[in-house]
Design a protein around this ligand. Structure first.
Ligand code: PLP
Length: 388
């Protein structure tokens, strides 16, 4: 098992499904037309983009014209927050979000503050959940947008969006969700959630990197971020990433199979991993909600050691994992998500995220359960904080 890569970082990215790649290839080759041009070569590309829009809309239960393709999930989040803010500036300047959002939302909100907007960052409980009551109490006459993520990328906790959606339904406030971690992994429609805007990304569901989409409920006012040729119905200019969009569409279409067959298998594997770790290592806590949690995500805090040193040792044994989120690794600050959940900084430093996916087998999980206790013991023996 030593030469094989055991990939346990599916919340950071996933490999492209061979069926997705196959679907994309013609658009990297002979089907190179610009979808906006007026000849036959272009029509093939334009029809492929339309088909992908229908495939994404099919998963979201919305109309194809409510889907705007973007360059990534980060862009979809930025378009939602800045676009709504700029469009409704004269109506109000207050935005509500949470402390555990992805940086694509948090940093966009911080930028909005510099533009004169007032942002409320709601706290979460110890399981990482936002309370719908807190959303309600934070609402003001000037509130124009509520942005709460669907499932958290670090701990997997799923937010009560349906409840928040219901309480916002009869108010004149837009509701956005960053659903990058749930799109294609859970079965729901935009109406079930009650959202007006929803961000998604292809590379978290076995599609290519560099393509995402924003669902925008018909009639929702939004300002564009990219001015130019008026693509995507004037919402996002720039010649379409045809191959990427085709890949996103195919990945979305294949996700039905994932939801029906794969989610149950991954939950069994994740639970086996969780139990194995809890049984063989002491002073370990599991982060996130017990029930309202994505079935393939396991986040733990291992006391007295650093997450990064666990990662290096795991890597030397062929295991790819993460401590916290991919976007914050490289800095040594503890995860903002774990801190918001009330986990002390010194405990949050020992966080390890294992996120499962298609390639993972029971043998791989058993291997990780076998090697992790040895790694932890070796690191603890060197740690001045650990008393045997
Ligand atoms: C990965 C991720 C993003 C960013 O998507 P990109 O396509 O990588 O820009 C945003 N939000 C969440 C929750 C994510 O997991």
């Amino acid at each position: 098992m030593e030469d094989e890569i055991i990939y346990l970082d599916h919340n950071a990215t996933t490999p492209v499904d061979p069926r997705v790649k196959e679907e994309m290839l013609p658009y990297l080759g002979e089907e190179y037309g610009n979808p906006s041009s007026l000849y036959r070569l272009a029509r093939g590309a334009s029809q492929a983009v339309d088909r992908a829009r229908e495939q994404v809309a099919g998963v979201l239960g919305c109309k194809p014209e409510e889907v705007i393709f973007t360059g990534c999930g980060t862009e979809a989040d930025n378009l939602a927050i800045k676009g709504v803010g700029m469009a409704l500036r004269s109506k109000g300047n207050h935005i509500i979000t949470s402390e555990i959002e992805h940086h694509a939302v948090l940093k966009a909100c911080e930028w909005m503050e510099k533009q004169g907007f007032d942002v409320t960052y709601l706290g979460v409980d110890e399981y990482g959940r936002v309370s719908p009551e807190d959303v309600k109490s934070a609402l003001r006459d000037e509130t124009i947008l509520v942005s709460i993520m669907h499932a958290n990328n670090e701990v997997g906790t799923i937010q009560p969006l349906e409840e928040i959606g219901r309480l916002l339904a009869d108010r004149d406030v837009y509701f956005h969700t960053d659903a990058v971690q749930t799109f294609g992994k859970r079965s729901y429609s935009v109406d079930d959630l009650g959202v007006d805007l929803l961000s998604l990304s292809a590379h978290k569901i076995y599609g290519p990197k560099g393509v995402g989409a924003l669902y925008l409920r018909r009639g929702t006012k939004i300002e564009t971020l990219l001015h130019g040729g008026g693509h995507e119905n004037n919402r996002r200019s720039g010649t379409e990433n045809v191959a990427g969009i085709v890949g996103l569409g195919k990945a979305a279409q294949l996700s039905e199979q994932y939801i029906e067959e794969e989610a149950g298998r991954l939950k069994k594997l994740r639970d086996r991993l969780e139990e194995g770790i809890l049984e063989s290592i002491d002073e370990v806590t599991v982060n996130g909600h017990k029930d309202h949690r994505m079935e393939h995500t396991l986040s733990v805090c291992v006391r007295f050691i650093e997450g990064e040193s666990m990662l290096l040792h795991l890597d030397s044994k062929g295991v790819a994992a993460s401590s916290g989120s991919a976007c914050t690794s490289g800095t040594l600050d503890p995860s903002h998500v774990l801190l918001a959940m009330g986990i002390p900084a010194e405990v949050a430093h020992g966080s390890l995220r294992l996120s499962l996916g298609r390639s993972n087998t029971r043998e791989q999980i058993d291997y990780v359960v076998e090697i992790l206790p040895e790694i932890v013991q070796r690191l603890r023996d060197m740690s001045p904080l650990y008393k045997k």
